[in-house]
Design a protein around this ligand. Structure first.
Ligand code: FES
Ligand code: FES
Length: 138
């Protein structure tokens, strides 16, 4: 078993942040034309030190083991990031310690990145930090 396969196997033994966030601020969904897999990501924001940051991120993946492992890693890495910071993360960065992905699996990381970007696109209000001292009106 390759080093990569070993790391994916370890991540799948206890995947983090699986399932819907019922009160999520954003949901993003993408499908991969390369393999037919689908991934959905939920984001919940909170206010911290005058900034709007990701409090929780979760995902559901249909099928692909590598995408599950990457999404598990990515949803952990996203905690505490602003929408702008999250948007700047590449598929490779979201893959964290699992990477670099082997060439055949690069699209699995891109699937996670795509779901994240799609979720961020759904939250125009979340893309700017709320000025300190103001209240969010929903
Ligand atoms: Fe899902 Fe890639 S087709 S494992
Ligand atoms: Fe398609 Fe992993 S093989 S997302």
């Amino acid at each position: 078993m390759s080093d990569f396969e070993q790391k994916v196997r370890e991540a799948l033994a206890s995947p983090q942040n699986q399932g819907e966030i019922a009160d999520a601020d954003a949901v993003g969904t993408v499908g991969s034309p390369d393999c037919g897999d689908m991934l959905r990501m939920w984001l919940k924001f909170t206010e911290k030190d005058g900034k709007r940051v990701i409090d929780r991120a979760s995902f559901q993946s249909f099928g692909c083991q590598t995408a599950i492992a990457v999404a598990s890693m990515a949803t952990e890495l996203l905690k505490g990031k602003t929408a702008e910071e999250a948007r700047e993360l590449s598929a490779n960065e979201l893959t964290g310690d699992l990477g670099p992905l082997p060439p055949m699996k690069i699209h699995c990381g891109q699937l996670v990145e795509g779901a994240l970007k799609n979720a961020l696109d759904q939250t125009p209000a979340a893309t700017s930090a709320t000025p300190v001292g103001t209240t969010l009106s929903e």
